[in-house]
Ligand binder design. Structure first.
Ligand SMILES: [Mg+2]
Length: 338
């Protein structure tokens, strides 16, 4: 098989700020695998928080190149990727694995969701994220997204919680909150008890990623479901966080691909945990890959393609949160018209 890739700059429409990061642009790597007849598309959206940059993605792809070029079929590459183990280079592995899945779907003439035995009409609606900003800007962004039945509001330790009730009243949307690790356990309990009064649906990652005892404390002193995101990159962390939270956030770019994401969803369900499929700053290519497995999830946050100024791909269609997947074989993703 042949490997080629291209580094691209994804530019968000607005500077996207969370308690952890501020993003003006984000460098991604688009991967193409080909056997001469069928081409598979993949995307890596590396995050420094999980130890990756576009440079480490490219280094990983070059390390894998001899094995990719030696493989006759994408299934050989899949076997190689899934048997590697380890948790390094998750976005780079995800890019190859997504491209291999695209090829598999195209080879058997089925959309990826059908190949995986999933019914796309069972996917939850996707929420839209409102980044951290001045309260008037956050309200304006929320109003612009008011067709969405659910909004995710990013908060940090300095945000006045009244913005949450202001947005809820102005839009009528269901509200989730993501603190991105920014609260102390005591501060989280205090804030989430206020958020409970506002009717917030769930709170993501209130405390530091490695503070599992803190998560557990928050869970047992509040009535709002608590989700682990940064605390739960892969299935290996599920047993560690299982009794400390009510749900987990699954992302292709932190877990390493579709096989691991499906494993996480099934494992979480078995342990009585709810699931959310989320994203980094990703184009519609990686977002569409995630949308194919959304039927396995309770919640979806796959808004990143909508937040880009220069989305280079078209795939899943999102209308007021409702996701409609292409019916073509594989991912069903194409380059956007120039
Ligand atoms: Mg999060």
């Amino acid at each position: 098989m042949n490997l080629s890739y291209e580094r691209i700059e994804l530019i968000p429409k607005y500077v996207f700020r969370t308690a952890r990061t501020t993003s003006t642009t984000s460098e991604s790597v688009i991967v193409r695998l080909s056997d001469g007849k069928i081409e598979g598309l993949g995307e890596a959206d590396p995050s420094r928080f999980y130890g990756e940059t576009a440079d480490t993605v490219v280094a990983f792809l070059e390390r894998m190149r001899p094995r990719i070029e030696h493989a006759k079929h994408e299934s050989e590459l899949m076997a190689e990727l899934t048997s590697r183990g380890g948790t390094d280079d998750p976005a780079a592995r995800a890019a190859l694995e997504i491209a291999a899945h695209d090829m598999i779907g195209k080879r058997c003439g089925r959309p990826l969701y059908r190949f995986l035995g999933l019914n796309p009409t069972e996917a939850p609606v996707t929420m839209m994220s409102i980044g951290l900003d001045e309260p008037d800007v956050m309200l304006r962004k929320a109003m612009e997204a008011s067709g969405f039945p659910m909004l995710k509001i990013k908060l940090d330790a300095s945000t006045d919680l009244s913005i949450v009730s202001v947005i809820k009243e102005a839009t009528g949307a269901a509200i989730t909150v993501d603190a991105n690790c920014s609260w102390s356990p005591a501060g989280a309990i205090e804030r989430i008890n206020v958020l409970a009064g506002i009717g917030v649906e769930l709170v993501e990652q209130p405390v530091a990623a490695d503070d599992i005892d803190g998560l557990r404390l928050v869970r047992y002193h509040t009535s709002v479901p608590i989700f682990a995101d940064e605390s739960c990159p892969t299935s290996a962390e599920i047993p560690i966080v299982a009794d400390a939270v009510n749900g987990i956030v699954i992302k292709l770019m932190k877990c390493g691909g579709i096989v691991e994401a499906v494993k996480m969803a099934k494992m979480a369900r078995k342990r009585g945990l709810k699931t959310m499929i989320g994203c980094m700053i990703e184009s519609s290519l990686a977002i569409t890959a995630a949308a194919h497995i959304a039927p396995l999830m309770d919640y979806a946050d796959l808004d990143s393609g909508l937040l880009l100024k220069n989305d280079p791909f078209v795939g899943v269609d999102i209308d007021c949160g409702k996701m409609t997947l292409p019916k073509e074989p594989g991912l069903g993703v194409h380059p956007a018209a120039p």
